[in-house]
Design a protein around this ligand. Structure first.
Ligand code: LMR
Length: 357
C-alpha cells in the first residue's frame, strides 16, 4: 500500500513536470473516495469540462482513493500548495479551524436535500466559505453525497443497541458527541483505513452513505446496516487561495463555469448512486439491511436531537436557527403544493398556458 502511494506520487510529479514544461496550468485534485462515487464522478466531470472550456490551457489531474493523501494530510497539502483542489467532507473542516461546518453533522437537522441545498447555496453557505479566507483556502461550491446509515456486526434497532460499540467517525466533535449520546465509543480514523479496521475488529462499526459503504466493500466486513438517515454527508469543493487568485481572469471564469456544470451533475447523480449502491448491498446478501420504524426513529431522535443545543456555542446559534427555519419553510411549501387542487399543480400547466396568450 505504501509502495503504491510512493509510486503514484512519483508518477504525479512526473506528469505534472512534463505538463508544466509545456506551459499548462495544472490542477491536482486529490480525494479519498472511489472514482464511481458521486464525488469521484463529479471530479472527472469537472476535469472534462474544465479542460474543454480552457481549450487545453488547464490540465486537471484527479487522484482518487487517497492515492496521494489521506484525510488530514490532504488539507495540509492544499494549504501548502502541493495540490490545488479538494472536496473534503464537511465533517473535516473543524481541525482546519472552521468548526462552524459541523452544522451539517448535526443529527436529524436536515429533513431533505431541498433544505440542504437552500442552506448551502444561501447566506449560511456564504458565511461558511468566508471563514476559510484566512486559512489560505477558497470555497467554490458544495457537493452532495447523502444521508448516512449505521453499520456494525449486530442488529441496531433501538438507539440503545449501539451501546458499547466502537464506531469509526470522521474528525468532527459533533460526530463524537453523537456516538457518545448513543452510548458508543467513537474512534476518529482516516477513511482509507476503515475497511481494514472493520476487518480486523479494531472498530465494530461505522456510518456513511451507502455509496461510500459499497464502493469501499464494507459490506464484506459488516453484517448489519440500519437505514437510519440520522445525519448527512456532503462536501465543500475548495482550492488553494493563492493559486486561485493568481489565475488569469479568463481561466478563472471558465473554471467557475466548469465547476457549475460539475455541481449540477453531481447533485443529480448523488441520490441515484446511493440508491443503486443500496440495491447492490442487498443483492450481495452479506449484510442484513434494516429500516427503522417510525417509533424507532423517534427513539433515535430523542437521544440525538439535544446535540443541537449543546453545539450552539461552537457552530453558532444563528446558523442552527437558520437551518431549522429553512427546513420549516420547505416543509410548508411542500404541504401547500400537496394540498393544491390538481389543476393548479405544475403537471396541469399545459392546460393553463394557453389562457396567458
Ligand atoms: C469519510 O471519511 O467517511 C468520508 O468523508 C469520505 C468521503 O469523502 O466521502
Amino acid at each position: 500500500m505504501k509502495l503504491r502511494a510512493i509510486a503514484m506520487f512519483v508518477l504525479a510529479i512526473g506528469i505534472s513536470s512534463a505538463a508544466q514544461a509545456a506551459g499548462e496550468i495544472i490542477i491536482k485534485f486529490s480525494h479519498v473516495v472511489a472514482p464511481d462515487t458521486p464525488k469521484g464522478q463529479a471530479a472527472e466531470r469537472f476535469k472534462q469540462v474544465a479542460e474543454k472550456l480552457t481549450k487545453g490551457k488547464v490540465k486537471v489531474e484527479v487522484y482518487p482513493n487517497s492515492q496521494l493523501y489521506k484525510d488530514r494530510e490532504e488539507i495540509e497539502a492544499l494549504q501548502s500548495g502541493a495540490v490545488q483542489m479538494l472536496a473534503p467532507s464537511l465533517s473535516k473542516f473543524g481541525p482546519m479551524g472552521a468548526p462552524e461546518f459541523q452544522l451539517f453533522d448535526l443529527p436529524y437537522l436536515f429533513p431533505n436535500q431541498e433544505t440542504l441545498h437552500r442552506v448551502m447555496d444561501g447566506d449560511v453557505g456564504k458565511k461558511l466559505f468566508a471563514k476559510l479566507d484566512t486559512k489560505g483556502v477558497t470555497g467554490l461550491t458544495f457537493w452532495d453525497n447523502g444521508f448516512k446509515q449505521m453499520s456494525s456486526n449486530k442488529p441496531m434497532h433501538a438507539a440503545a443497541d449501539l451501546k458499547g460499540l466502537k464506531m469509526r467517525i470522521q474528525s468532527s466533535k459533533v460526530l463524537n458527541a453523537q456516538m457518545k449520546a448513543l452510548g458508543a465509543n467513537p474512534q476518529v480514523m482516516a477513511f482509507s483505513e476503515v475497511y481494514t479496521a472493520l476487518q480486523q475488529g479494531v472498530v465494530d462499526g461505522t456510518e456513511n452513505p451507502v455509496s461510500n459503504f459499497y464502493t469501499q466493500k464494507m459490506h464484506e466486513v459488516q453484517k448489519h446496516m440500519t437505514i437510519s438517515n440520522h445525519g448527512y454527508l456532503g462536501y465543500a469543493v475548495i482550492v488553494n487561495k493563492n493559486f486561485w487568485d493568481g489565475l488569469p481572469a479568463d481561466v478563472r471564469t471558465s473554471l467557475t463555469q466548469a465547476m457549475k456544470e460539475a455541481t449540477a451533475f453531481e447533485r443529480d447523480v448523488a441520490q441515484k448512486d446511493n440508491d443503486d449502491a443500496l440495491a447492490q448491498v442487498i443483492a450481495a446478501k452479506s449484510t442484513t439491511v434494516y429500516t427503522l420504524t417510525a417509533a424507532e426513529r423517534a427513539d433515535w431522535q430523542k437521544v440525538l436531537l439535544p446535540i443541537q443545543k449543546d453545539f450552539e456555542s461552537v457552530i453558532g446559534a444563528d446558523l442552527i436557527l437558520s437551518a431549522n427555519a429553512t427546513a420549516a419553510q420547505v416543509a410548508k411549501e411542500q404541504a401547500d403544493a400537496a394540498s393544491k387542487p390538481a389543476a393548479s399543480k405544475p403537471a396541469a400547466s399545459k392546460t393553463a398556458a394557453p389562457a396567458k396568450k
